[in-house]
Design a protein around this ligand. Sequence first.
Ligand SMILES: C[S@@+](CC[C@H](N)C(=O)[O-])C[C@H]1O[C@@H](n2cnc3c(N)ncnc32)[C@H](O)[C@@H]1O
Length: 466
Amino acid sequence: MPPIKLPEAFEARMKNFLGNNEFPEFVKAIEKDPRVSIRVNPAKNYKNQNSQNPVPWNRDGYYLEDRPSFTLDPLFHAGCYYVQESSSMFIQHILESVQVPRKGVFLDLAAAPGGKSTLLSSYLRGEGFLVANEVIKARANVLKENSIKWGLGNILVTQNDPEHFRDLEGFFDLVLVDAPCSGEGMFRKDPEARNEWSEEHVNLCAARQERIMDQAGALTKAGGYLIYSTCTFNEKENEDIVRFVCSEYAYEPVRIPLEPDWGIKETTIETEDGNFYGYRFYPHLVEGEGFFVTVFKRPNDALVHEPKKSKDFKHPFIKAVGKQESQKLIENLGLEKESSFYNLQDSFFWINSKYQQHFEYLTRYLNIKYFGVELGKYNKQQFIPNHEFAISILPKTGFETFDLDLKQSLQFLRKDDFEIEGLPEGWILVTYHKTPLGWIKNLGNRINNYYPKEWRIRMQDHSKSL
Ligand SMILES: C[S@@+](CC[C@H](N)C(=O)[O-])C[C@H]1O[C@@H](n2cnc3c(N)ncnc32)[C@H](O)[C@@H]1O
């Protein structure tokens, strides 16, 4: 099939922007196959086979030689890595070079499907807490699934319009807005995006980005950082939005160190408040897709919004678990002392006590889809563990484990029935290469498979996996 033609107006603008020498290189690169890359989850037990091809700006990122069948790799379902194009992984280089404190509360305002949220979650590790928000319901469900698979338990998934954050001015240590955009940088990876492009759509996106940034600009606390990114090339959605933010809010520029051989282009953006910096990723210069990112710092004398501590936590659905019952959970499940528990219906959820106050405060304002780790529930005296608990990085002491081979793992992930000789009776955590996949229960005469129905894999063909 002939490639989908690039929109004429887009071509004319890019030619003007890049110049006659560079433009043909850009077009040639767009017609090539995109480079597939993954970002490994450092909190999971994963032996990466691709360490010879690292992404230069992210120590967890690796290029693959071709596109394997991720669906048929159990470790993909176990959250051992995330398939993410490499330019987006630059966010980690920003966090590390600016040394953004890990102890904070971060917000990813436009988060689905969760590529950048899982990166932020790894950066925060056990120290900080992330609010991953997505306004569109179906996309928020995908974000929830990916947050659960990543497994660190430091994410609060919300489904809100940016406007709903208006009472949280000055609350967050870092706000990331990976804005919905016209997607010019995805013309290679997703050629259909070329058909959806028009000058009007660019203008529409720019107007929406202004609306989002008008809210987002207020949410960063004094000394905190605001990161704005898009996967598009035009200035209306990039540099002009940076100027808009500067016209609305007091921010300071942040310059990010680059290695010349990375091919990333720094642009200087003149604003009323001096020069800011944009980082542009072009497919003919970097091993990645089109991307733009800029970093702002909130002045130290700006607002700091501390969460107010209330004695009794009140929420229409979420209930705090009392001291005695919490102690029982800690002992029975072998969890750390610094654990706080909540009930949603009869299910128990875990969060790290370090961010209990922030979490409880946020529940007043936001529409919550998921938080921490859903552990399971008690049926009489018996604990019924949840899948979310199985694939989290929380310890699962006291449970039997059994390592499946590839065939058995795929049977488990398809939610098929299967038999294994010699298993003890009761709940068993099944693993693949020692990484948890989920629960089975051996009833003696049969084995029940507790893999979530809605996540089961349907692909039968056993072709090349990672
Ligand atoms: C570029 S995508 C985010 C990708 C994500 N950060 C990642 O790395 O996986 C932009 C997201 O913004 C959401 N969005 C659309 N309209 C929005 C709006 N008005 N306000 C906030 N987010 C919006 C889209 O549904 C989409 O999920």
